[in-house]
Design a protein around this ligand. Structure first.
Ligand code: ADP
Length: 160
């Protein structure tokens, strides 16, 4: 069984994330969406809340949701994952993602990083952009699953 891990902060999950997760699920037998804390980013939702939002949106038997605080490659090794799947939006993502892929390969030589190109309409989409639009009173419904629009509005509207 080929297992892949899709790591990220998912603060909150967007249609861009879901596209990558679902496409990964077409390529691998099992995909683990791994919610991680990024210490360089101030988060709007706790890890538990981010997991709950993801669970509202993901209903595919081949996709699991988990969280981990340590090294991504240690988690991948423990789960016997063969790949880390990342979405690439633009050249601006590439430098950082390429560095991550190289460091992960050097830490654990059996792991591959697979990059999936973002869909054209998701190229500009990020969790930060969703939070920014929401905080300023904009309509976020084109960017996130309908089921979580209210949750995000409740948390982020008017927050600055
Ligand atoms: P963000 O950059 O929005 O804070 P994350 O850190 O949660 O997102 O990213 C998790 C993964 O999802 C990364 O591989 C990232 O490149 C990918 N990703 C984020 N937004 C998009 C998008 N709009 N389209 C495709 N992939 C995306």
């Amino acid at each position: 069984m080929k297992i892949a891990v899709c790591p990220g902060s998912f603060d909150p999950v967007t249609l861009g994330h879901l596209d990558i997760i679902e496409r990964a699920a077409e390529l691998f037998d099992k995909v683990i969406v791994l919610v991680m804390n990024n210490s360089t980013k101030k988060s709007a939702f706790t890890v538990e809340e981010r997991i709950a939002l993801l669970k509202k949106c993901v209903h595919n038997a081949g996709i699991e949701i988990d969280t981990y605080n340590g090294l991504l490659v240690d988690y991948a090794k423990d789960k016997k994952a063969v790949a880390i799947v990342k979405g690439l939006r633009a050249v601006s993502d590439f430098d950082y993602e390429f560095q991550q892929a190289l460091i992960n390969k050097s830490l654990y030589s059996r792991i591959e990083t697979v990059f999936l190109a973002a869909k054209g309409e998701n190229m500009f989409l990020s969790s930060s952009m969703v939070k920014e639009v929401c905080s300023l009173g904009g309509d976020i419904s084109p960017y996130v699953p309908r089921k979580i629009v209210n949750d995000i509005n409740l948390r982020c509207k008017g927050e600055k």
